[in-house]
Structure formats: structure tokens, C-alpha cells
Design a binder for this molecule. Structure first.
Ligand code: CFM
Length: 550
């Protein structure tokens, strides 16, 4: 996007002021650390400032982050309907990770297994914390097998399980010997692992790779077969993506993990391509599948009509068949025609309005596209738990300092499978595709590279900082999650939840783009927010100070 230099200078001045205001409230040590996590963007080619990310949240700061268990059980495995998932731990962990993410699913027949409607947990009590919980876990597994006869069972560890030393992997092995027809595996995804849910993604990727992928040679019909990695069917996104891929005549073998089944995971290594949507949560699996099976991967996004079209073209170009490319062009033309009518209408009302996005590890980047399509500008954005590569691009991976928190997570050594490794393209073909079609294999440019100079980038945003942003920038819309929603809305700014989509969706693909345009139009042009006076705007605020200051 061309940038007007003067505007960039003005924006950078404001961004620097806001940063200064944010830091002023903090004790010196905290300010020093936060200063490295709050960056005024500069872009020179693919070079952007270095940002500190994926480090511990400073105690006392109310972070937006979640835990490793959430990243493993809730995020990566949660949307799979027929892997029976048992939370080994106190009941709260299982209950609060049940259904709140709005990942949807559609069993193939009414009889097909779907365990997503159940919250299964060992419901640990003091007794198990003191004497160990393995016995109770075995009982829970047997009970689940009796009731549901699943193909596969995943056991998810919560904090106390790690603290008392229950060996979920030994239990899984023992139970698998007893029930050899069921694939039973455990995840060491104790909540405290790493510094956020990002650690849980990695733990999940590792186990799915070692224990599930490669277990079946099932092949779906079709010439153009691929997997989508990092799409979780929030608000029905996967349904819309499936619709489009069907129209294009391609075969989506497996989605990790929106609207997915165990058998699709188990045979995911039989495809010819992996495309990665959410880089943060699943790039590990893409890399490992390439090393072991020879499946190339590249980054795509189905968020935004243009991004969807671009991604479809890339996939078609990869397969390289002229009839496929023609069919894809036809689908794009038809779909864009309908999107355009709404886009133009909405754009007339939204042009020039401003947005901020603070979400997870990929959406804060992807959704900027949708705003751009209706003429809105992003002023500030950040991830909750992404790593430097999600901000600055994968080129910085070799320079990322590995700290103790990262060492906590197993890094698998993967080698080519002696029997099943099969390069899908020659080196020369890959180089050609990169040159001719601009497909960046094993590449992710990162959010900052695709944002403007002068934008304010904040990692692991907190409430104090969100309030300063609100006051100083007065954006027309703020995108974050439920923990932020009501504080922001009481401040008179509409908040769109980009995790659960509030009660709406899908937002992916062409239909999703239309849904999003309309929703944002309603929100930014609604008068109701202008009449809101927050309690602290009507009455004097209570302020406090440390006792030792007196
Ligand atoms: Fe990937 Fe996600 Fe996200 Fe994520 Fe998440 Fe999510 Fe997210 Mo909430 S996998 S990183 S851990 S795109 S649950 S579907 S919305 S924080 S930006």
C-alpha cells in the first residue's frame, strides 16, 4: 500500500506520544521491558523494528493471554469431533474450555460420532492431588470407552497433573495395550508450560504428528488434494471455505482442525500440499510433515475477499492444471461479483473510519484486510502471544533467543520417512512457482511488514494500555475478546470480538466477507455508542496509592 510520507510522520509522532504515555504509569523496570514490546512501526522493504514477544507477562499486569492447556485442548484439538477428549484435572479447566470458542462441526451422518457436545473430565479432588490421579484417569478412560467406543482418545494435562507428577503417557500406553483398537495418547499441556497458549499449540502439534498423522492410508478422491492447517471453524468459517473449495473442484482432505475427523488427520500425509492459515498455532506441523513426507507448504488466508481469491489462485497455480485455474477464475469472478455490490455500499459509509485489533496470534493481522476492503484504516494492532516471526516474518527465526520457557517445550527431531517420503515437486519446480507465481514456500512475511509506518504495534496488550489507546486514538472500532469487550464499550467504542465473533460469522471466504462488512457497518455507524457515558465519566474516579507512600 503506498504511504503518504507526511501522514506517516504525523502518525509516528502520535504513536510515540501514546507509547510514552503508556510507559509513564509503570515502575522503571516494567517500563523498560514494555518499551521493547511496544513498537512504532517502520518498514523498509521487509525490514521492520525488532519487537520483544513470547516472553513472560510481568506479574501484576492483567494480560489477555490464556494457558498452554487452552492452546492444546481448546484450540488445536478442540474442534475435532470424534477424538474423545478427557481433561485430566479439576473440573473448571474442562468446563471453561467447553464450547466457548464457538468452533462448530457437522458430523457426516446423524449417527457419526460427535463428542464436542460433552465436557469430559476426571474432576480431580484433594484425594487425587495427594495420592495421585492415575487410577481415576484409567477409570475415566474405561468409562468413556464403555459409553462411546471412540476411535481415539486424547488426555489433556492441567497444572496440578504436572505438579503432582501423574504420568498421562504411561496411562495412555497401558490403556492402549488393553484396548489395541483405540488410539490413546496424552498431552503434557499443563497450563503453566511456556508463557501462554502458544506453548500448548506446540505440544499439540508434536503429539498429533507422532501419534496420529500417518496412521491411515485412506485417500479421498480427487486430483487436487490438500490440507488446510490452522483453520478452526469459528462461527462456521470452515463450512464456507469447504463450499468454495468444492466449487473449485479441489479436494480438501483434512482441516486442522475445523470440522474435522480423526481419520482425516490420520491420513493427512497422503496429500500433495499443505496450506497454512494460522501460522502461529500450527507452523510446526507443516514443517514436520514436509521433512517426514515431502509435502510442501505455503501461507494463505481466507480472511478477506481479495485474500481468498489470491489464496485460491496460489493453490491452483501450485497444482498447475489449466482447467483447474480456469475453473478457479470462474468461481472467483462469480463470487466477487456478489461481494462487490455489498462492499461498495458499505464502503460508502465506512471509508476513512479507523480500527484497532488485539487478538491471539494471527487474526490481528488477517482481519486488517477486511477493514481495508471497506476503506477503513488500522491504527494500532498486536498479538496476545505470537512470536517475533509472526510480527517480523519467518526470516528472523534463526535470531530468536531461546529462553528457559521455550526450552520447556519438546522440539522433535524429524527425519524423512524411509518408505513414505515423496517430494511432491522438484526443487526446480518449486523455484519456478516462487518466481512465476510468487508462492513463498515456507514463508510468512509477518504482520508488521504488511502494516504502515507509524502504526503502533503492541505485544501482549493489557487493560491500562487499552484505555490509553482508546482515549488518545478514539478508534471507530476496537477488535479484541470478551475480557476487553465491556470496558471498551462502556468507553463509548464498539468492540467486535474476533475470537468468538460474538454471536455471528462466518467471516472467512466470500460469504464471510459480506457478513463482516455488514456487521462492521452496523457497529461503526450505530449512534448508540455516542450516548454511552461510562460510570467513571459521570462520577469522580476512586484513586489509590501504595500505603508506603504516605
Ligand atoms: Fe490461530 Fe486461532 Fe489466532 Fe490461535 Fe486463539 Fe482463536 Fe485467536 Mo482466540 S488458533 S492464533 S490460540 S487464529 S482461540 S481460532 S481467535 S486467540 S487469533
Amino acid at each position: 500500500m503506498p504511504t503518504n510520507n507526511n501522514t506517516a510522520v504525523d502518525e509516528a509522532t502520535l504513536a510515540n506520544e501514546v507509547k510514552e504515555l503508556i510507559l509513564r504509569k509503570y515502575p522503571a523496570k516494567v517500563a523498560r521491558k514494555r518499551a521493547k514490546q511496544i513498537m512504532v512501526n517502520k518498514v523498509e522493504g521487509d525490514q521492520v523494528p525488532e519487537i520483544m514477544a513470547n516472553t513472560r507477562t510481568i506479574p501484576g499486569i492483567l494480560t489477555m493471554r490464556g494457558c498452554a492447556y487452552a492452546g492444546c485442548k481448546g484450540v488445536v484439538l478442540g474442534p475435532t469431533r470424534d477424538i474423545l477428549q478427557i481433561t485430566h484435572g479439576p473440573i473448571g479447566c474442562g468446563f471453561y474450555s467447553w464450547g466457548t470458542r464457538r468452533n462448530q462441526t457437522m458430523p457426516k451422518t446423524p449417527e457419526s460420532a460427535n463428542f464436542m457436545t460433552y465436557a469430559m473430565s476426571t474432576d480431580m479432588q484433594e484425594e487425587e492431588i495427594i495420592f495421585g490421579g492415575e487410577k481415576k484417569l484409567k477409570k475415566a478412560i474405561e468409562e468413556a470407552i464403555d459409553l462411546f467406543h471412540p476411535k481415539a482418545i486424547g488426555i489433556f494435562s492441567t497444572c496440578p497433573v504436572g505438579l503432582i507428577g501423574d504420568d498421562v503417557h504411561a496411562v495412555a500406553r497401558e490403556m492402549e495395550e488393553k484396548y489395541p483398537e483405540i488410539n490413546i495418547f496424552g498431552f503434557s499441556c499443563e497450563g503453566y508450560k511456556g508463557v501462554s497458549q502458544s506453548a500448548g499449540h506446540h505440544v499439540a502439534n508434536n503429539k498429533v504428528f507422532t501419534d496420529v498423522v500417518g496412521q491411515s492410508e485412506m485417500q479421498k478422491e480427487g486430483k487436487y488434494r490438500f490440507n488446510i492447517l490452522g483453520e478452526y471453524n469459528i462461527g462456521g468459517d470452515a463450512f464456507e471455505i469447504e463450499r468454495i473449495i468444492d466449487l473449485c473442484g479441489m479436494t480438501l482432505h483434512s482441516t486442522f482442525s475445523g470440522n474435522s475427523e480423526y481419520d482425516e488427520f490420520a491420513s493427512a500425509h497422503t496429500v500433495d500440499l499443505n496450506v497454512v492459515m494460522c501460522h502461529r498455532s500450527i507452523n510446526y506441523l507443516a514443517e514436520m510433515m514436509e521433512k517426514k513426507y515431502g509435502i510442501p507448504w505455503f501461507k494463505i488466508s481466507f480472511i478477506g475477499a481479495e485474500a481468498t481469491a489470491k489464496s485460491l489462485r496460489k493453490i491452483a497455480a501450485y497444482f498447475g492444471a489449466p482447467d483447474l485455474m480456469e475453473r478457479v477464475e470462474k468461481v472467483i469472478a462469480e463470487e466477487i461479483y456478489h461481494v462487490e455490490a455489498v462492499r461498495q455500499e458499505v464502503r460508502a459509509r465506512c471509508e476513512g473510519k479507523t480500527a484497532m485489533l488485539f487478538v491471539g496470534g494471527s487474526r490481528a493481522h488477517h482481519y486488517q484486510e477486511l477493514f481495508t476492503e471497506i476503506g477503513m484504516k488500522t491504527l494500532s494492532a498486536g498479538y496476545e502471544f505470537a512470536h517475533r516471526d509472526d510480527y517480523e516474518g519467518r526470516k528472523v527465526i534463526p535470531n530468536i533467543v531461546v529462553d528457559a520457557d521455550t526450552r520447556n517445550i519438546e522440539e522433535l527431531t524429524v527425519e524423512a520417512d524411509p518408505a513414505r517420503y515423496r517430494p511432491r515437486k522438484t526443487e526446480e519446480e518449486l523455484a519456478q512457482l516462487t518466481k512465476r507465481e510468487g508462492i513463498g514456500f515456507n514463508e510468512y512475511l509477518g504482520m508488521m511488514v504488511e502494516m504502515k509506518a507509524g502504526d503502533l504495534i503492541i505485544d501482549d496488550l493489557n487493560h491500562h494500555e487499552a484505555e490509553v489507546l482508546m482515549e488518545k486514538y478514539k478508534p471507530d472500532i476496537f477488535c479484541a475478546g470478551v475480557k476487553e469487550k465491556y470496558v471498551i464499550q462502556k468507553g463509548g467504542i464498539p468492540l467486535k470480538q474476533l475470537h468468538s465473533y460474538d454471536y455471528s460469522g462466518p467471516y472467512a471466504g466470500f460469504h464471510g466477507a459480506v457478513n463482516f462488512y455488514r456487521e462492521i457497518d452496523r457497529m461503526v455507524n450505530s449512534n448508540v455508542f455516542r450516548f454511552i457515558k461510562a460510570p467513571w465519566q459521570k462520577n469522580p474516579e476512586l484513586t489509590g496509592s501504595y500505603a508506603y507512600n504516605r
